[in-house]
Write a protein that binds this ligand. Structure first.
Ligand SMILES: Cc1cc2nc3c(=O)[nH]c(=O)nc-3n(C[C@H](O)[C@H](O)[C@H](O)COP(=O)(O)O)c2cc1C
Length: 388
Protein backbone atom coordinates (compact mmCIF):
# COMPACT_ATOMS: atom_id res chain seq x y z
CA UNK A 1 0.00 0.00 0.00
CA UNK A 2 3.00 2.30 0.45
CA UNK A 3 3.10 3.03 -3.30
CA UNK A 4 -0.45 4.41 -3.11
CA UNK A 5 0.41 8.11 -3.09
CA UNK A 6 -3.08 9.60 -2.91
CA UNK A 7 -6.79 8.70 -2.77
CA UNK A 8 -6.93 8.68 -6.59
CA UNK A 9 -4.33 5.87 -6.60
CA UNK A 10 -6.56 3.88 -4.25
CA UNK A 11 -9.54 4.55 -6.53
CA UNK A 12 -7.58 3.27 -9.56
CA UNK A 13 -6.68 0.08 -7.76
CA UNK A 14 -10.28 -0.31 -6.52
CA UNK A 15 -11.48 -0.07 -10.11
CA UNK A 16 -9.27 -3.00 -11.06
CA UNK A 17 -10.33 -5.14 -8.07
CA UNK A 18 -14.10 -4.65 -8.22
CA UNK A 19 -16.66 -5.89 -10.74
CA UNK A 20 -17.93 -3.00 -12.86
CA UNK A 21 -21.32 -2.81 -11.13
CA UNK A 22 -19.76 -2.52 -7.66
CA UNK A 23 -17.19 0.08 -8.69
CA UNK A 24 -19.86 1.99 -10.62
CA UNK A 25 -22.11 2.02 -7.57
CA UNK A 26 -19.31 3.51 -5.45
CA UNK A 27 -17.73 5.86 -7.95
CA UNK A 28 -20.74 7.08 -9.89
CA UNK A 29 -22.83 10.21 -9.65
CA UNK A 30 -26.23 11.10 -11.04
CA UNK A 31 -27.22 12.16 -14.55
CA UNK A 32 -24.29 13.37 -16.62
CA UNK A 33 -22.21 13.49 -13.42
CA UNK A 34 -21.78 17.24 -13.65
CA UNK A 35 -22.40 17.60 -9.92
CA UNK A 36 -19.71 15.04 -9.22
CA UNK A 37 -17.18 16.91 -11.37
CA UNK A 38 -18.24 20.31 -10.02
CA UNK A 39 -17.46 19.23 -6.44
CA UNK A 40 -13.86 18.66 -7.47
CA UNK A 41 -13.51 21.68 -9.76
CA UNK A 42 -14.79 24.12 -7.16
CA UNK A 43 -12.68 22.64 -4.37
CA UNK A 44 -9.60 22.86 -6.57
CA UNK A 45 -10.46 26.49 -7.30
CA UNK A 46 -10.00 27.34 -3.61
CA UNK A 47 -6.39 28.46 -3.28
CA UNK A 48 -4.67 29.02 0.03
CA UNK A 49 -2.44 31.80 1.25
CA UNK A 50 0.83 30.33 2.57
CA UNK A 51 2.38 32.27 5.45
CA UNK A 52 5.92 31.59 6.63
CA UNK A 53 8.11 32.07 9.69
CA UNK A 54 5.16 31.60 12.04
CA UNK A 55 7.15 29.24 14.26
CA UNK A 56 4.25 26.88 15.07
CA UNK A 57 3.70 23.16 14.78
CA UNK A 58 0.34 21.97 13.42
CA UNK A 59 -2.35 20.87 15.82
CA UNK A 60 -5.26 18.96 14.30
CA UNK A 61 -7.62 18.27 17.20
CA UNK A 62 -11.18 19.45 16.72
CA UNK A 63 -14.05 19.57 19.19
CA UNK A 64 -17.55 18.79 18.09
CA UNK A 65 -20.60 18.49 20.34
CA UNK A 66 -18.38 18.47 23.42
CA UNK A 67 -16.13 15.66 22.17
CA UNK A 68 -12.55 16.29 21.05
CA UNK A 69 -11.36 14.23 18.08
CA UNK A 70 -7.73 13.73 17.05
CA UNK A 71 -8.51 14.80 13.48
CA UNK A 72 -11.07 17.23 12.04
CA UNK A 73 -12.47 14.66 9.62
CA UNK A 74 -14.67 11.59 9.71
CA UNK A 75 -16.22 8.81 7.65
CA UNK A 76 -19.52 9.70 5.95
CA UNK A 77 -22.42 7.22 5.88
CA UNK A 78 -22.24 4.76 2.99
CA UNK A 79 -25.09 2.32 2.45
CA UNK A 80 -24.37 -1.26 1.45
CA UNK A 81 -20.64 -0.79 2.06
CA UNK A 82 -19.95 -4.52 2.26
CA UNK A 83 -20.83 -4.84 -1.39
CA UNK A 84 -17.67 -2.88 -2.08
CA UNK A 85 -15.61 -5.34 -0.07
CA UNK A 86 -16.84 -7.99 2.36
CA UNK A 87 -16.46 -6.70 5.90
CA UNK A 88 -15.75 -3.12 4.69
CA UNK A 89 -17.99 -1.48 7.29
CA UNK A 90 -16.27 -3.13 10.24
CA UNK A 91 -12.83 -2.57 8.75
CA UNK A 92 -13.63 1.15 8.72
CA UNK A 93 -15.16 1.07 12.20
CA UNK A 94 -11.84 -0.32 13.48
CA UNK A 95 -9.95 2.45 11.68
CA UNK A 96 -12.30 5.03 13.17
CA UNK A 97 -11.65 3.66 16.62
CA UNK A 98 -7.89 3.44 16.15
CA UNK A 99 -7.63 7.02 14.87
CA UNK A 100 -10.42 8.62 16.88
CA UNK A 101 -12.51 9.59 13.84
CA UNK A 102 -16.31 9.82 13.87
CA UNK A 103 -17.87 7.19 11.63
CA UNK A 104 -21.49 7.55 10.61
CA UNK A 105 -23.44 4.32 10.26
CA UNK A 106 -26.17 4.47 7.61
CA UNK A 107 -29.76 3.30 8.02
CA UNK A 108 -29.03 1.09 4.99
CA UNK A 109 -25.56 -0.02 6.04
CA UNK A 110 -24.74 -3.67 5.55
CA UNK A 111 -23.66 -4.01 9.19
CA UNK A 112 -25.95 -3.39 12.15
CA UNK A 113 -25.90 -0.19 14.16
CA UNK A 114 -25.08 -2.30 17.23
CA UNK A 115 -22.08 -4.08 15.67
CA UNK A 116 -20.65 -0.80 14.37
CA UNK A 117 -21.10 0.95 17.73
CA UNK A 118 -19.41 -1.97 19.47
CA UNK A 119 -16.42 -1.76 17.11
CA UNK A 120 -16.11 2.04 17.46
CA UNK A 121 -17.65 2.98 20.82
CA UNK A 122 -17.79 6.75 21.31
CA UNK A 123 -16.92 7.34 17.64
CA UNK A 124 -20.06 5.98 15.99
CA UNK A 125 -22.80 8.32 14.83
CA UNK A 126 -26.09 7.29 13.24
CA UNK A 127 -27.55 8.49 9.93
CA UNK A 128 -31.31 8.27 9.64
CA UNK A 129 -33.31 7.98 6.46
CA UNK A 130 -36.63 9.23 7.79
CA UNK A 131 -39.12 6.42 7.21
CA UNK A 132 -42.72 6.91 6.25
CA UNK A 133 -43.40 4.54 9.18
CA UNK A 134 -43.11 6.35 12.54
CA UNK A 135 -42.55 3.05 14.39
CA UNK A 136 -39.40 2.41 12.34
CA UNK A 137 -37.99 5.88 13.08
CA UNK A 138 -38.62 5.47 16.79
CA UNK A 139 -37.13 2.03 16.92
CA UNK A 140 -34.00 2.93 14.94
CA UNK A 141 -33.39 5.89 17.24
CA UNK A 142 -33.97 3.75 20.32
CA UNK A 143 -31.45 1.21 19.02
CA UNK A 144 -28.88 3.89 18.23
CA UNK A 145 -29.25 5.45 21.66
CA UNK A 146 -29.03 2.08 23.45
CA UNK A 147 -25.91 1.28 21.44
CA UNK A 148 -24.32 4.40 22.98
CA UNK A 149 -24.65 6.69 19.96
CA UNK A 150 -25.10 10.36 20.83
CA UNK A 151 -24.93 12.11 17.45
CA UNK A 152 -27.50 11.56 14.70
CA UNK A 153 -27.71 13.00 11.20
CA UNK A 154 -31.00 12.90 9.33
CA UNK A 155 -30.48 12.87 5.57
CA UNK A 156 -33.02 15.02 3.74
CA UNK A 157 -31.63 15.15 0.20
CA UNK A 158 -33.17 11.90 -1.03
CA UNK A 159 -36.83 12.72 -1.71
CA UNK A 160 -36.48 10.19 -4.54
CA UNK A 161 -33.81 8.06 -6.18
CA UNK A 162 -31.07 9.91 -8.03
CA UNK A 163 -30.66 9.19 -11.75
CA UNK A 164 -27.78 6.71 -11.34
CA UNK A 165 -27.03 5.81 -14.92
CA UNK A 166 -24.03 3.62 -14.19
CA UNK A 167 -26.29 1.32 -12.10
CA UNK A 168 -28.74 1.11 -15.00
CA UNK A 169 -26.01 0.39 -17.56
CA UNK A 170 -24.45 -2.24 -15.30
CA UNK A 171 -27.87 -3.81 -14.60
CA UNK A 172 -27.26 -3.41 -10.88
CA UNK A 173 -30.54 -4.34 -9.22
CA UNK A 174 -31.31 -6.00 -5.89
CA UNK A 175 -31.50 -8.83 -5.19
CA UNK A 176 -28.82 -9.68 -7.78
CA UNK A 177 -30.20 -10.91 -11.10
CA UNK A 178 -27.09 -12.38 -12.63
CA UNK A 179 -27.17 -11.92 -16.40
CA UNK A 180 -24.32 -12.93 -18.67
CA UNK A 181 -22.49 -9.59 -18.56
CA UNK A 182 -22.87 -9.39 -14.79
CA UNK A 183 -21.46 -12.91 -14.32
CA UNK A 184 -18.57 -12.21 -16.70
CA UNK A 185 -17.66 -9.11 -14.71
CA UNK A 186 -17.80 -11.05 -11.42
CA UNK A 187 -15.73 -13.92 -12.85
CA UNK A 188 -13.08 -11.43 -13.97
CA UNK A 189 -12.63 -10.34 -10.33
CA UNK A 190 -12.06 -13.62 -8.48
CA UNK A 191 -10.72 -12.11 -5.23
CA UNK A 192 -13.88 -10.03 -4.79
CA UNK A 193 -16.11 -12.91 -5.96
CA UNK A 194 -14.63 -15.50 -3.59
CA UNK A 195 -14.64 -13.16 -0.61
CA UNK A 196 -18.24 -12.15 -1.33
CA UNK A 197 -19.29 -15.76 -1.82
CA UNK A 198 -17.78 -16.64 1.56
CA UNK A 199 -19.36 -13.65 3.33
CA UNK A 200 -22.75 -13.93 1.60
CA UNK A 201 -24.56 -11.23 -0.34
CA UNK A 202 -24.82 -8.04 1.78
CA UNK A 203 -28.30 -6.93 2.83
CA UNK A 204 -29.92 -4.27 5.03
CA UNK A 205 -29.71 -5.73 8.55
CA UNK A 206 -30.87 -2.50 10.24
CA UNK A 207 -34.17 -2.70 8.40
CA UNK A 208 -34.57 -6.49 8.54
CA UNK A 209 -36.63 -6.45 11.77
CA UNK A 210 -39.25 -4.31 10.02
CA UNK A 211 -39.70 -6.66 7.05
CA UNK A 212 -38.39 -4.23 4.45
CA UNK A 213 -38.36 -6.25 1.23
CA UNK A 214 -36.09 -5.63 -1.75
CA UNK A 215 -37.57 -6.67 -5.05
CA UNK A 216 -35.80 -6.12 -8.35
CA UNK A 217 -34.83 -2.51 -7.60
CA UNK A 218 -31.68 -0.48 -7.81
CA UNK A 219 -30.34 0.30 -4.36
CA UNK A 220 -31.37 3.93 -4.59
CA UNK A 221 -34.89 2.90 -5.63
CA UNK A 222 -35.08 0.57 -2.64
CA UNK A 223 -33.91 3.30 -0.27
CA UNK A 224 -36.45 5.68 -1.75
CA UNK A 225 -39.22 3.16 -1.14
CA UNK A 226 -38.32 3.25 2.55
CA UNK A 227 -38.17 7.03 2.90
CA UNK A 228 -40.95 9.49 3.58
CA UNK A 229 -40.92 11.43 0.31
CA UNK A 230 -43.05 14.25 1.68
CA UNK A 231 -40.73 15.16 4.52
CA UNK A 232 -41.45 18.59 6.03
CA UNK A 233 -39.89 20.86 8.65
CA UNK A 234 -42.72 19.77 10.95
CA UNK A 235 -41.42 16.19 10.68
CA UNK A 236 -38.02 17.53 11.63
CA UNK A 237 -39.52 19.23 14.68
CA UNK A 238 -41.06 15.90 15.67
CA UNK A 239 -37.77 14.15 15.14
CA UNK A 240 -36.15 16.72 17.40
CA UNK A 241 -38.51 15.61 20.16
CA UNK A 242 -37.60 11.96 19.56
CA UNK A 243 -33.82 12.33 19.86
CA UNK A 244 -32.04 13.58 22.96
CA UNK A 245 -28.57 13.62 21.39
CA UNK A 246 -27.01 16.07 18.95
CA UNK A 247 -28.98 16.37 15.70
CA UNK A 248 -27.52 17.32 12.32
CA UNK A 249 -29.50 17.80 9.12
CA UNK A 250 -27.53 16.27 6.24
CA UNK A 251 -27.78 17.23 2.59
CA UNK A 252 -28.48 20.96 2.84
CA UNK A 253 -27.32 23.38 0.15
CA UNK A 254 -29.65 26.39 0.40
CA UNK A 255 -28.98 28.96 3.14
CA UNK A 256 -32.76 29.23 3.65
CA UNK A 257 -32.92 25.52 4.44
CA UNK A 258 -30.06 25.80 6.91
CA UNK A 259 -32.00 28.49 8.72
CA UNK A 260 -35.19 26.39 8.67
CA UNK A 261 -33.29 23.39 10.05
CA UNK A 262 -31.98 25.46 12.95
CA UNK A 263 -35.47 26.77 13.52
CA UNK A 264 -36.72 23.16 13.67
CA UNK A 265 -34.20 22.47 16.43
CA UNK A 266 -31.13 21.10 14.63
CA UNK A 267 -27.81 21.38 16.47
CA UNK A 268 -25.85 21.63 13.28
CA UNK A 269 -25.93 21.70 9.49
CA UNK A 270 -24.32 19.07 7.24
CA UNK A 271 -23.67 20.70 3.88
CA UNK A 272 -23.58 18.04 1.15
CA UNK A 273 -24.81 17.28 -2.34
CA UNK A 274 -24.61 13.58 -1.51
CA UNK A 275 -21.32 13.33 -3.37
CA UNK A 276 -23.00 14.37 -6.63
CA UNK A 277 -25.37 11.41 -6.46
CA UNK A 278 -28.73 13.20 -6.30
CA UNK A 279 -29.41 16.40 -8.25
CA UNK A 280 -26.94 16.65 -11.12
CA UNK A 281 -27.44 20.43 -11.30
CA UNK A 282 -26.77 20.90 -7.58
CA UNK A 283 -24.12 23.47 -6.66
CA UNK A 284 -20.72 22.25 -5.56
CA UNK A 285 -20.89 21.57 -1.83
CA UNK A 286 -17.97 23.91 -1.16
CA UNK A 287 -19.89 26.84 -2.74
CA UNK A 288 -22.99 26.02 -0.70
CA UNK A 289 -20.79 25.81 2.39
CA UNK A 290 -19.62 29.39 1.98
CA UNK A 291 -23.19 30.61 1.44
CA UNK A 292 -24.53 28.71 4.44
CA UNK A 293 -21.72 29.87 6.73
CA UNK A 294 -22.43 33.44 5.71
CA UNK A 295 -26.13 32.97 6.49
CA UNK A 296 -25.89 31.20 9.87
CA UNK A 297 -22.92 33.08 11.30
CA UNK A 298 -19.80 31.83 13.06
CA UNK A 299 -21.34 30.01 16.04
CA UNK A 300 -23.45 27.31 14.38
CA UNK A 301 -21.85 23.89 13.83
CA UNK A 302 -21.45 23.39 10.07
CA UNK A 303 -19.91 20.21 8.69
CA UNK A 304 -19.36 19.43 5.04
CA UNK A 305 -18.74 16.58 2.61
CA UNK A 306 -18.75 15.92 -1.18
CA UNK A 307 -15.54 15.78 -3.16
CA UNK A 308 -13.00 15.67 -0.32
CA UNK A 309 -9.97 13.65 -1.45
CA UNK A 310 -6.97 15.06 0.42
CA UNK A 311 -5.78 16.91 3.48
CA UNK A 312 -5.55 20.01 1.31
CA UNK A 313 -9.24 19.63 0.51
CA UNK A 314 -10.01 19.39 4.22
CA UNK A 315 -8.16 22.67 4.74
CA UNK A 316 -9.98 24.21 1.76
CA UNK A 317 -13.29 23.27 3.34
CA UNK A 318 -12.17 24.82 6.61
CA UNK A 319 -11.26 28.17 5.09
CA UNK A 320 -14.65 28.20 3.38
CA UNK A 321 -16.42 27.77 6.72
CA UNK A 322 -16.51 24.10 7.82
CA UNK A 323 -16.04 23.10 11.46
CA UNK A 324 -15.52 19.49 10.53
CA UNK A 325 -15.25 17.58 7.25
CA UNK A 326 -16.42 14.17 6.04
CA UNK A 327 -15.34 11.93 3.22
CA UNK A 328 -17.35 9.02 1.80
CA UNK A 329 -15.84 7.40 -1.28
CA UNK A 330 -12.20 7.97 -0.28
CA UNK A 331 -12.34 5.47 2.58
CA UNK A 332 -14.23 2.87 0.57
CA UNK A 333 -11.77 3.19 -2.32
CA UNK A 334 -9.15 2.35 0.30
CA UNK A 335 -10.93 -0.78 1.55
CA UNK A 336 -11.70 -1.95 -1.98
CA UNK A 337 -8.08 -1.37 -3.00
CA UNK A 338 -6.53 -3.31 -0.14
CA UNK A 339 -8.86 -4.37 2.69
CA UNK A 340 -7.75 -3.25 6.16
CA UNK A 341 -4.35 -2.10 4.85
CA UNK A 342 -6.08 0.00 2.18
CA UNK A 343 -8.41 1.59 4.73
CA UNK A 344 -5.44 2.39 6.96
CA UNK A 345 -3.64 3.91 3.96
CA UNK A 346 -6.61 6.18 3.20
CA UNK A 347 -6.61 7.49 6.77
CA UNK A 348 -2.83 7.85 6.74
CA UNK A 349 -2.87 9.80 3.46
CA UNK A 350 -5.50 12.27 4.68
CA UNK A 351 -3.84 12.70 8.06
CA UNK A 352 -0.34 13.25 6.63
CA UNK A 353 -1.57 15.63 3.94
CA UNK A 354 -3.56 17.64 6.47
CA UNK A 355 -0.47 18.14 8.65
CA UNK A 356 1.65 18.93 5.61
CA UNK A 357 -0.83 21.53 4.39
CA UNK A 358 -1.22 23.20 7.79
CA UNK A 359 2.57 23.41 8.04
CA UNK A 360 2.93 24.79 4.52
CA UNK A 361 0.44 27.54 5.13
CA UNK A 362 1.96 28.38 8.48
CA UNK A 363 -1.21 27.79 10.45
CA UNK A 364 -0.53 26.17 13.80
CA UNK A 365 -3.98 24.82 14.55
CA UNK A 366 -7.25 23.66 13.03
CA UNK A 367 -9.07 25.89 15.49
CA UNK A 368 -7.09 28.94 14.41
CA UNK A 369 -7.59 28.26 10.70
CA UNK A 370 -10.16 30.47 9.02
CA UNK A 371 -10.94 32.64 5.97
CA UNK A 372 -7.70 34.61 6.40
CA UNK A 373 -5.89 31.69 4.73
CA UNK A 374 -8.04 31.98 1.60
CA UNK A 375 -6.01 33.58 -1.12
CA UNK A 376 -9.01 35.49 -2.40
CA UNK A 377 -10.28 36.62 0.98
CA UNK A 378 -10.86 40.35 0.57
CA UNK A 379 -11.00 41.19 4.25
CA UNK A 380 -7.65 39.50 4.84
CA UNK A 381 -6.17 41.03 1.67
CA UNK A 382 -7.05 44.56 2.71
CA UNK A 383 -5.42 44.16 6.14
CA UNK A 384 -2.24 43.05 4.35
CA UNK A 385 -1.95 46.41 2.53
CA UNK A 386 0.52 48.71 4.32
CA UNK A 387 -1.29 51.57 6.08
CA UNK A 388 -0.08 54.98 4.95
C1 LIG B 1 -21.77 4.24 -2.28
C2 LIG B 1 -22.35 5.37 -1.49
C3 LIG B 1 -23.41 5.13 -0.63
C4 LIG B 1 -23.94 6.18 0.13
N1 LIG B 1 -24.94 5.90 1.03
C5 LIG B 1 -25.40 6.90 1.81
C6 LIG B 1 -26.36 6.62 2.82
O1 LIG B 1 -26.78 5.50 3.03
N2 LIG B 1 -26.82 7.68 3.55
C7 LIG B 1 -26.38 8.97 3.36
O2 LIG B 1 -26.82 9.88 4.05
N3 LIG B 1 -25.46 9.23 2.42
C8 LIG B 1 -24.95 8.24 1.67
N4 LIG B 1 -23.98 8.52 0.75
C9 LIG B 1 -23.45 9.89 0.65
C10 LIG B 1 -22.27 10.07 1.61
O3 LIG B 1 -22.69 10.04 2.94
C11 LIG B 1 -21.57 11.40 1.37
O4 LIG B 1 -22.50 12.45 1.42
C12 LIG B 1 -20.81 11.44 0.04
O5 LIG B 1 -20.22 10.19 -0.24
C13 LIG B 1 -19.73 12.50 0.12
O6 LIG B 1 -19.07 12.65 -1.08
P1 LIG B 1 -17.65 11.94 -1.40
O7 LIG B 1 -17.97 10.51 -1.65
O8 LIG B 1 -17.22 12.66 -2.60
O9 LIG B 1 -16.76 12.11 -0.21
C14 LIG B 1 -23.43 7.49 -0.01
C15 LIG B 1 -22.37 7.72 -0.88
C16 LIG B 1 -21.82 6.68 -1.60
C17 LIG B 1 -20.63 6.96 -2.49
Amino acid sequence: MKTMSCIADLARRARRRLPAFAFGFLDGGSGEEGGLRRNRERLEAVTLKPRFCTGGKPETTATLFGRTHAQPFGIAPVGMGNLLWPGADLILARQAQAHDLPLVVSTVSSTTIEAMAEAAPGNTWFQLYYSHRPDINRDLLRRAWEAGIRVMAVTVDVPLAGDRRRDVRNRFVLPFRPGLRFMASVAAHPAWALATLRAGSPGFPNLAPYNAAVSGQTLSAFITSQIKDTLSWDDLKELRQMWQGALLVKGLLAPEDAEAALEAGADGIWVSNHGGRQLDAAPAAVDALAAIRAAVGPDVVVVMDSGIRSGEDIVRARVMGADFVFCGRGFYYGVAAGGAAGAARAVELLTADLRRTLTQIGCPSWTGLDHRWRWDDQAAASTAVPQS
